[in-house]
Design a protein around this ligand. Structure first.
Ligand code: ATP
Length: 286
């Protein structure tokens, strides 16, 4: 029976800016995104029959047609008319859920990429990204991966020169943040600072890792409730004490990450942060 294994990498925000609220109610975003080697693994298997079944190692995730991986398969079938019979998806989650690392969107993107190959559909990455847009705003970026600028709701993706190879320590504190709540807070106050996105793009263009690390910035940090902001700050400081070139929060959080120039430096950072936060990971940028 045809089957294949696909990896779904987590993403980090090197920058995250919200430019304002649009007439359609969505927010205009400007974000520099980066994939990392912390991944979910999906096994896709087609068997005779119809429908989609999904199993996952995380009991609290929806294991039915509400799972973003299953939604993506359905959208692909609708968009292309492809008949894959019955699709079994086995999803091994490693990327923390509701953590600002687009784990669900990346699973959806991995299904699109995987089925494209398994079924020999020969859709371009751009065509897959457009199908992914119907699943979620971060899915087009996750289809393309690497280093990219995401604008609009996040769906308008421009690939960028890759971030110079480096290492990252990711720490996910044990609280969750409500994305709608953070957008509401952001709408009700004037942001003091915005990321230097143009400077970030120049640093990437120049392959200047220190310049990139110096410009890490996420506007959502400023609107976090006080206690949570303090916790994020504590983890950022720990990353910097541990030798990170820079540290920031990813997405709407709560994951905090630090960038390190070598594996050894990142390992030292990991050892320092791990006692402060149980869910701490070491990963490489892709
Ligand atoms: P983002 O960075 O895009 O804001 P996130 O890291 O905050 O994403 P996810 O982990 O991608 O959040 O997904 C969160 C929600 O999506 C949860 O409510 C979860 O139940 C639902 N969900 C559906 N399918 C998946 C999946 N395959 N993996 C993770 N979450 C999923």
């Amino acid at each position: 029976m045809p089957s294949m294994t696909v990896q779904a990498p987590a993403k980090l925000n090197l920058t995250l800016d919200v430019l304002g609220r649009r007439p359609d109610g969505y927010h205009e975003m400007k974000m520099v995104m980066q994939s990392v080697s912390l991944t979910d693994t999906l096994i896709l298997e087609t068997v005779p029959g119809e429908g989609i079944s999904l199993s996952t190692n995380l009991g609290f995730l929806p294991a039915d047609d509400r799972n973003l991986a299953a939604i993506a398969a359905k959208k692909l079938a609708e968009a292309t008319g492809a008949d894959f019979g019955h699709l079994n998806i086995t999803l091994k989650k490693r990327v923390p859920v509701c953590a600002g690392m687009a784990g669900g969107s990346s699973d959806a993107a991995a299904v699109l990429r995987g089925l494209n190959e398994l079924l020999g559909l020969e859709l371009t990455p751009e065509a897959l990204a457009r199908i992914g847009e119907g699943v979620g705003s971060d899915v087009p970026y996750c289809v393309l991966g690497g280093t990219a600028l995401a604008e609009g709701r996040g769906e308008a993706v421009t690939p960028l020169l890759s971030l110079p190879n480096c290492w990252t320590v990711l720490a996910k504190p044990g609280f969750s943040v409500s994305t709608p709540e953070l957008f509401r807070r952001l709408d009700s106050q004037r942001l003091r600072c915005h990321p230097d996105t143009a400077g970030m793009l120049s640093a990437l263009e120049a392959g200047d890792l220190t310049g990139v690390a110096r410009r890490l910035f996420n506007v959502f940090e400023e609107v976090l409730p006080v206690r949570r902001r303090e916790r994020v700050e504590e983890l950022k400081q720990a990353m910097l004490h541990g030798g990170a070139l820079g540290a920031s929060m990813s997405g709407t959080g709560p994951t905090v990450f630090g960038l390190f120039d070598t594996r050894e430096a990142a390992r030292r950072g990991y050892e320092l942060v791990k006692p402060l936060c149980r869910d701490t990971f070491l990963a490489q940028t892709l």
